[in-house]
Write a protein that binds this ligand. Structure first.
Ligand code: TRP
Length: 333
């Protein structure tokens, strides 16, 4: 790895299928990052069991997601791609950091409050201490930047508090990470409720990366366009959120500007526009779907990828954990 490059790390929970919003909003821009950063991405399987999972589904989704990320352009030669549970240092440092994270801090996490309200029958200890494990995920690799969505910012802030507390006691052990909220990437909304973000929780308004072309077309044909009387492809996110969302999607997948899209469909109505967007999305996703399918069928290749990723990750993680164990006073084996 290039010493001069800064390091970036992010985890992805394999708890749902990837969709167009994930792709256009984030993943699409990740391939180019390897140019300037030393990048680590892992499937955060340890985190997913804070909520009950079906074991067979979790295993399948973890591998599918890895295959999909590679198909989206994340080159395993240029990025370290691994499965969290393969690198046991995550759980070990997670335990240590639990002891340097305060009950009060964990109680203030909005994700904990939301998830415990949503799963009242399973408010387990892991759900509560999840941010200490996330801090361990980060700190093992001493990254400069942690790309996360808005919803994870609070956890990165808590990680920074832990660094301050730990380094305050033991000296400079951890590098202080910065959250990295990417500015690029389109904000893709739900096709049936364009006021909310595209999400797997509303499947009819969500286009999955692995979905069949005819299903994608159907979803676009049924996409909500606005109830104004104009029936005109004009960009106005406040008054015409449905059409504007479709224009954003069309722009992101074709590279055309909003103005040129308005010109292209001048005089044509929503009925002409919607299938065109569907077609463009199908063509954009086709190579990804086909490539992900090929990768998933090649078990030996996929295994080689996650094994070599885990080896690279372990090498770095081990060094950090050894240092931490020494600092807190554990006897070296
Ligand atoms: N908590 C993150 C999420 O739910 C996933 C995650 C786990 C993560 N560990 C991380 C993200 C470390 C960034 C860094 O989306």
């Amino acid at each position: 790895m290039d010493e001069a490059k800064k390091t970036m790390l992010s985890g992805i929970q394999p708890s749902g299928d990837l969709h167009l919003g994930n792709y256009l909003g984030a993943i699409k821009n990740w391939a180019d990052r390897a140019e300037n950063y030393d990048c680590y991405y892992f499937m955060a399987d340890l985190h997913t069991i804070t909520v009950r999972q079906n074991p067979a589904d979790l295993r399948r989704r973890t591998l599918e997601q890895l295959a999909q990320y590679i198909a989206c352009g994340l080159d395993p030669e240029r990025n370290t791609l691994f499965i969290q549970s393969h690198v046991h240092e995550h759980a070990e440092l997670g335990w240590v950091l639990n002891c340097y994270t305060m009950f009060g801090e964990l109680s203030r996490m909005t994700q904990f409050k939301d998830k415990s309200a949503a799963h009242k029958d399973n408010i387990n200890g892991g759900l509560f201490t999840y941010p200490s494990l996330m801090a361990a995920d980060i700190l093992l690799y001493q990254p400069d930047y942690v790309p996360v969505g808005e919803d994870q910012k609070q956890h990165v802030e808590l990680c920074r508090n832990i660094v301050q507390r730990f380094n305050g006691i033991y000296g400079d052990v951890f590098k202080m990470p910065e959250p990295f909220i990417p500015k690029t990437g389109a904000r893709i909304m739900c096709l049936t409720e364009p006021e909310t973000k595209m999400s797997k929780s509303i499947p009819e308004g969500c286009v999955f990366l692995m979905e069949k072309p005819e299903d994608i077309q159907r979803k676009f044909k049924r996409a909500i366009t606005d109830s104004d009387t104009e029936n005109c492809v004009h960009f106005d996110p406040v008054n015409k959120p449905g059409v504007s969302n479709l224009m954003n999607i069309y722009s992101a997948v074709t590279g055309k500007s909003i103005e040129s899209i308005e010109a292209e469909f001048a005089g044509l109505g929503y009925g002409a526009f919607k299938p065109k967007v569907g077609e463009a999305v199908v063509e954009c996703l086709r190579p990804i779907r086909e490539e992900a399918g090929r990768i998933l069928a090649d078990k030996a290749y996929l295994e080689a990828v996650y094994k070599s990723g885990a080896e690279r990750a372990s090498y770095v993680a081990q060094k950090t954990l050894r240092k931490v164990y020494k600092k807190v006073g554990f006897v070296a084996r």
